[in-house]
Design a protein around this ligand. Structure first.
Ligand code: SF4
Length: 274
């Protein structure tokens, strides 16, 4: 079976993830990648990202994800995203704390493009939200979302929590709707027990069968799922490494396809980690 046929049949997820970088301006308690301002950056680089996107399209993948670290720390990112979006629809994960007027002005190439920025917002109250993500996070996020939407950029909200009761979730949903994000663009998912979450004794254990088999490319190799190339104790986790080779993209894509063949459908939905 070809990659394109496997994607069309739903055997293989259609999205390829690119880890643009590993550094971040924040140091969230549950961070999977132990990201922080001074960590090793492990950048893929703009040209490599575009080449990977071209190969992904040629192979028959149908979408791209960009994650980190905080991707918008890279000054060239808006232009790279615009190039990627000419090939395939893109979702890029962000903490949304860097969107100053100067940075927003550089997002012009993304207006109206098939790009969604997926922004982390965990709680409806500033104190509770900022406990895990750092002081001032909530205020910056709720200021950024309407500005991005005004610019014509799609926004999704991702809520990552150990638990949340109905009342709190209801208030959070009310908030994202007020900010202009509809229910279909809000996802709620558990903290995964990898990276810094291990040290804080948080999160659910996620094994390979629990995770959608989304091909994920980093500067250090190709992985099963964007929850694969996590970092703990400063070391890259390799339990979900598929291949060290990422060029051509066909090599890890074929390896992933061999791994998923015969997997029962829906086997990855137990923890709702998406
Ligand atoms: S969880 Fe996201 S925003 Fe927080 S430190 Fe990690 S990469 Fe940065």
């Amino acid at each position: 079976m070809t990659i394109a046929a496997a994607v069309a049949a739903g055997t293989l997820p259609g999205r390829v993830w690119l880890y643009s970088n590993y550094h971040c301006n924040l140091t969230c308690t549950y961070c999977l990648t132990e990201s922080a301002p001074g960590v090793r950056r492990r950048e893929l680089g703009p040209e490599r990202m575009v080449t990977l996107a071209q190969e992904a399209k040629e192979l028959g993948f149908t979408g791209l994800g960009v994650t980190g670290g905080e991707p918008f720390l890279l000054p060239e990112l808006p232009n790279v995203l615009a190039e990627l979006a000419q090939l395939l629809p893109v979702v890029v994960l962000s903490n949304a704390t860097l969107f100053t007027p100067a940075r927003l002005a550089r997002l012009d190439p993304l207006a109206g493009a098939p790009v969604h920025i997926q922004i982390s917002l965990d709680r409806p109250d500033p104190v509770d939200n900022d406990e895990m993500r750092g002081p001032g996070n909530f205020g910056k996020v709720i200021a950024s979302i309407p500005r991005l939407i005004e610019l014509g950029i799609g926004v999704r909200v991702a809520t990552t929590v150990e638990e949340i009761d109905d009342d709190e979730l209801g208030r959070l949903c009310e908030l994202h709707r007020q900010l202009g994000v509809p229910d279909e663009d809000h996802i709620v998912r558990p903290v995964v027990r990898r990276g810094r979450a291990v040290d804080f004794d948080m999160g659910v254990e996620a094994r390979q069968p629990d995770l959608p088999a989304e091909l994920t490319i980093t500067a250090d190799g190709a992985f099963w799922s964007p929850f694969g190339p996590t970092v703990h104790g400063g070391q890259l986790d390799t339990d979900l490494l598929i291949t060290r080779t990422t060029s051509p993209l066909r090599t890890p894509a074929d390896a992933l396809l061999r791994l998923v063949n015969g997997r029962p459908p829906g086997d990855d939905a137990r923890l709702n980690i998406r």
